[in-house]
Design a protein around this ligand. Structure first.
Ligand code: KG4
Ligand code: ZN
Length: 343
């Protein structure tokens, strides 16, 4: 069965056709990143407008790249939660219109669940039970995945999400938006040990905190007294490459240690990485080493399926449908905040 997956929860208008939950026949992503970069982050109003302008073209391109028409689509899956409300509504409205005119079943998909399913799209051996670390612009969540649709939240961030920390700290360092790829690049020329930065391990919990790290990055740039180099000539700011490398290492250390601990705690042998920050090369490498040592099998999607895309939405819709979890009717609506699973 071919599933059309539609994603408009943030700043990518993305549509894909996926066959049998695993074969990507097309995946088109219209990114608004450059436009939002001018403002240092996603501007919700701008995002909604661009989705409206792009959605029809992106849907047409996804169908034509896959060599199919609507008549070949057996299910339409659309992100309807969580995300920017105005942005979500564009995808949901388009999906409902197509479902109605072509008489195709429709299913609303949870964006975070879809990030998890990017692993099923790319690894035939991906299976439950597992522990998943979802690290994106809006989330840093650890889940115990017991089966399809059966998830327990182990812990999440108390303040900034990991991607948000990358984006905010990149801005402090004068690096462009999105901050994750920019810091990853800058860090390549830096020494991660040159600037001492804190790690909040929050022992005994599966929670995270990155706001202290953000303050430490700010202090490193201005001096702990808050004086800049202009006000205090004796202050020497660190090299941006060193600060970027130190910041990345601090985030990665915490993510790796806490994920491996959660896998031990839940007695699973598989770890999934998901979300935009899962594209980070240093995180993939360090998590790989730690999982090898701990005898855990690590799964992560290729970078293009870590960040937002329509293929992961289609795959999630497929598994829902196959599991008999029901479809949605035209009353399907967008929900800006909705947890995937309870604590
Ligand atoms: O999953 P995603 O595309 O959108 C959300 O659902 O939030 O994640 C976007 C986030 C941004 O914060 C971005 O800076 C981060 O993922 N990101 C990265 C990398 N690529 C994207 N963070 C670290 N390293 C990367 N290579
Ligand atoms: Zn996302």
């Amino acid at each position: 069965m071919n599933v059309l997956g539609i994603e408009t929860s943030c700043d990518e208008t993305a549509v894909a056709v996926v066959e049998s939950g695993r074969v990507i026949r097309s995946s088109v992503i219209a990114s608004q990143m450059l436009e939002h970069a001018r403002f240092g982050g996603v501007v919700p109003e701008v995002a909604s407008r661009r989705h409206v302008e792009n959605i029809n073209t992106v849907i047409r391109a996804a169908l034509s790249d896959a060599g199919v028409t609507l008549a070949d689509i057996g299910l339409i899956a659309v992100t309807n939660r969580p995300g920017l409300l105005g942005a979500l509504l564009v995808g949901v409205s388009a999906a409902k219109a197509l479902a109605m005119v072509a008489n195709i079943p429709l299913v609303g998909v949870h964006h975070i669940e879809a990030h998890l399913y990017a692993n099923f799209l790319t690894h035939v051996e991906a299976d439950f039970p597992a522990v998943a670390l979802v690290v994106s612009g809006g989330h840093t969540d650890l889940f115990h995945l017991r089966g399809h649709g059966d998830y327990r939240l182990l812990g999440r961030t108390r303040d900034d999400a990991a991607g948000e920390a990358f984006d905010k700290c990149a801005r402090l360092m004068g690096l462009p938006y999105p901050g994750g790829p920019a810091i990853q690049e800058a860090a390549k020329a830096g020494n991660p040990g040159a600037v001492k930065l804190p790690r909040a391990y929050l022992p005994g919990t599966d929670e995270f905190s990155f706001s202290g790290l953000k303050t430490a990055v700010r202090n490193a740039l201005t001096g702990s007294t808050g004086k800049s180099a202009d006000a205090d000539p004796s202050f020497v700011a660190p090299k941006i490459a060193d600060l970027a490398a130190g910041f990345q290492e601090a985030v990665v250390d915490v993510l790796v240690r806490k994920t491996v601990a959660a896998a031990r705690e839940t007695d699973v042998s598989r770890v999934f990485l998901a979300g935009g920050v899962a594209a980070n090369e240093r995180l993939r490498e360090a998590m790989g080493d730690a999982c090898d040592k701990a005898g855990l099998r690590l799964f992560y999607p290729p970078p293009v399926l870590c960040t937002d895309n329509g293929a992961m939405i289609a795959a999630t819709g497929y598994y829902h449908y196959q599991a008999g979890r029901g479809t949605d009717d035209l009353s399907l609506t967008a929900l800006p905040s909705e947890p995937l699973a309870a604590l």
